[in-house]
Design a protein around this ligand. Structure first.
Ligand SMILES: O=C[C@H](O)COP(=O)(O)O
Length: 219
């Protein structure tokens, strides 16, 4: 294991409640995962998810797991084997796109926070029952902030993380609708910028996104 430090659900949730954002990296190639994480942190986003759709993601997790000031996790975790491997590589939290009981089982047993994906009210309840620290609502952008506030009605105690189609243009609306934090992928971390190693662009996008999370006093 790269990092001997376990991260509790409390720590992950506190980071998300404070920063109100998580970035999702979904590129076919990452030239330098540590540099990518530094670029995001410099722009004000410290919680980063590297996904299993990226080849060699385990190597990238190991390379960036100990970047200071960054909370790094694994996303698109679909199987128990992937969950175990991600934890061994240093992932401090796991995210799934949908309900994956086997992933939840591994994470809960290892004491690693897991955020299961859900879309319907029934799935949100199942995710909580499976031990999800917070529930990723995916693809939230399709139905918009009102859908998130509708989910909050029966589940005021559930930490919801909308994902899919989130950008600087709609992030504040999702937060106002009750999201604990928003998950942004391509709008903050465009795969093309990652693949060419354009860390300046990534930092700028992170900065713009972070600034959009807090409505201006006039608005
Ligand atoms: O799993 C999360 C998504 O890949 C993020 O989607 P996005 O690129 O629309 O933000």
């Amino acid at each position: 294991m790269t990092s001997l430090t376990r991260t509790s659900s409390y720590e992950v949730l506190e980071a998300l409640r404070t920063d109100r954002a998580l970035t999702v990296v979904r590129a076919d190639h990452i030239p330098d995962a540590a540099q990518l994480c530094r670029a995001l942190a410099e722009g004000g986003i410290r919680t980063v998810e590297l996904t299993f759709t990226t080849p060699d993601v385990l190597d990238h997790l190991a390379a960036a797991a100990d970047v200071p000031g960054v909370l790094l996790g694994a996303g698109t975790v679909l199987t128990a084997d992937q969950a175990r491997a991600a934890i061994d590589a240093g992932a401090r939290f796991l995210v799934t796109p949908g309900l994956r009981p086997a992933v939840a089982e591994v994470a809960v047993a290892a004491g690693v926070p897991v955020m299961l994906g859900a879309f319907t009210p029934t799935e949100v309840a199942v995710a909580v029952d499976l031990g999800s620290a917070a529930v990723k609502v995916f693809p939230a952008g399709r139905l918009g902030p009102k859908y998130l506030s509708d989910l909050r009605g029966p589940y005021p105690q559930v930490e919801l993380l909308p994902s899919g189609g989130i950008s600087a243009d709609n992030a504040a609306a999702f937060l106002a609708a009750g999201a604990t934090a928003v998950c942004a992928g391509t709008s903050v971390v465009p795969p093309a910028a990652v693949m060419r190693g354009d860390w300046t662009e990534i930092t700028e996008r992170a900065r713009t996104f972070a600034a959009a999370l807090t409505p201006s006093p006039e608005s």
